[in-house]
Design a binder for this molecule. Structure first.
Ligand SMILES: [Zn+2]
Length: 139
């Protein structure tokens, strides 16, 4: 289960609209307890992909910097988010082959137009089994 404040999701949706028709991407920062992964905030990353209209690549320097900053705190990088402009709120074949850590939560935001509705869904990749949908609890 993923717990995400509507306000944070609103910021992610705005980032997806701003980036359209390219993909937006970034890191999800939070903590985990027995019940859920809590997404507390996020860090927007530049999309370093050569073709940002079709793919995303998180900024590796930003990843390292965040890891350093969060070390010793109760927060950590719990996952990533990215958008699918003109696509669906599901993991693409390329997403499934990403080198991102297996434990990460994936939040995928799909939108069909810059000003249109944004649909979001959360996943985790399970080895061999492909993506597993996670309950996204908004509060
Ligand atoms: Zn994707």
């Amino acid at each position: 289960m993923i717990r995400l404040a509507r306000q944070v999701l609103g910021h992610l949706e705005a980032a997806a609209r701003r980036a359209y028709p390219n993909e937006t991407c970034g890191f999800l920062i939070g903590h985990q307890d027995d019940q859920a992964v809590h997404i507390d905030c996020f860090a927007l990353s530049p999309n370093r992909a050569a073709d940002p209209g079709r793919h995303f690549t998180l900024d590796p320097a930003m990843h390292l910097k965040l890891q350093r900053q969060l070390r010793g705190s109760r927060f950590g990088i719990v996952g990533l988010f990215h958008s699918h402009p003109g696509g669906r709120a599901e993991m693409s074949p390329a997403d499934l082959q990403s080198p991102a850590p297996e434990a990460w939560v994936w939040l995928v935001l799909a939108l069909q137009a810059k000003e249109g509705a944004v649909e979001s869904a959360a996943f985790r990749r399970a080895e061999e089994k492909g993506p597993v949908g996670l309950d996204l609890i908004l509060f």
